[in-house]
Write a protein that binds this ligand. Sequence first.
Ligand SMILES: Cc1cc2nc3c(=O)[nH]c(=O)nc-3n(C[C@H](O)[C@H](O)[C@H](O)COP(=O)(O)O)c2cc1C
Length: 193
Amino acid sequence: MASKPKLLAFAGSLRKESVNKKLVQVAAKGAEQAGAEVTFIDLVDYPLPILNQDDEQANGAPENAKKLHQLFAESDGFLLASPEYNGGLSAALKNLIDWLSRPSSGEPALASFQGKVVSLMSASPGGLGGIRALPNVRFILDGLGCITLPKQLALSKAYEAFDDQGGLVNNVHQETALKLGRNVVEMVKKLKD
Ligand SMILES: Cc1cc2nc3c(=O)[nH]c(=O)nc-3n(C[C@H](O)[C@H](O)[C@H](O)COP(=O)(O)O)c2cc1C
């Protein structure tokens, strides 16, 4: 393929010291090493109101939803790290998905999701690494038309998992996270060639 795959990397967390933001940035390195152009977005830079259809009808989508729509629609895929909140995905991530699932002027329906290749991961200070959130996220994204790759990573004990440079202390985990990034690039290239 002529142009580099364009990927978005983001976490469903607003927390400054988010371990999910750290994890997805390792996967982003793997994608860059495999030839992708990766844009990391921090959801705290795109505050969105909780979607209320009455407000949406009265005022349209907020500016941040429009900006995110464009970023998502222009990308070939995503690297997504989801925190686990009470066994599911965070409200910030669900609200983002809800806003992006709404029609946007000039874009085909679900342009933010249809055909986007996704690697999923999660990180948690607990022993299960947030693995209960991932089937939730996978189900939602698949329903919206994403191609969610089977390989995933649930990183347990995540508060102790990173070194000062943002890498994973455990080499196997580091390699797995890098590979999640590479997997998206390889699939995007296969689909586009
Ligand atoms: C409302 C809430 C619910 C949580 N529920 C879970 C949970 O079900 N499983 C889990 O492993 N951690 C749970 N946690 C702890 C998070 O894994 C932890 O706060 C983690 O740091 C969140 O990811 P982040 O660092 O990327 O923000 C919960 C945290 C909050 C604030």
